[in-house]
Design a protein around this ligand. Structure first.
Ligand SMILES: [Ca+2]
Length: 147
């Protein structure tokens, strides 16, 4: 996500989608681990300053992201058609933090309580197999990324 300054004109680079003044890249051709996804998004800073693996702060933003991801894959909703998002509980099991600022998540939408507390699954997945619900998953899985 990239926040426009006040009075921003909603301008986004090619292939990025605007929502409420921020630009999003649904990188459905990338197949990367969670750590690689962080680097992947930062590698787009030439196109978009402050580009980073997506953070989700509001229900409206969550709905936009889920709807867009579902449209990309339509009937092909499986684990391989999932996206990394920019939070993990890698450092301490349980409390989830956004990686760019280490802030605790205020808004969450894990599709079940169990899916936020698996000890060896520590990275936030937008999970195609569960209709783009949030879950924790193995950070090494190679899937897509949203910046
Ligand atoms: Ca975990």
């Amino acid at each position: 996500m990239f926040a426009e300054g006040a009075g921003g004109r909603g301008f986004c680079p090619n292939a990025w989608i605007v929502f409420e003044g921020s630009c999003y890249l649904f990188a459905d051709e990338a197949n990367v681990s969670w750590t690689e996804a962080i680097n992947f998004c930062q590698s787009h800073r030439h196109a978009h300053r402050n580009a980073h693996l997506v953070t989700v702060e509001t229900r409206a933003e969550d709905m936009f992201i889920k709807d867009t991801a579902r449209r990309l894959f339509k009937s092909e909703l499986g684990t391989r058609n999932s996206f990394w998002m920019g939070a993990s509980d890698l450092e301490v099991e349980g409390p989830w933090r956004w990686y760019p600022n280490h802030q605790m998540l205020n808004y969450t939408s894990f599709y079940s309580v169990a899916e936020s507390h698996t000890p060896d699954q520590d990275c936030l997945i937008l999970w195609g197999a569960f209709n783009m619900g949030w879950g924790d998953y193995y950070c090494a899985l190679q899937i897509h990324a949203i910046c």
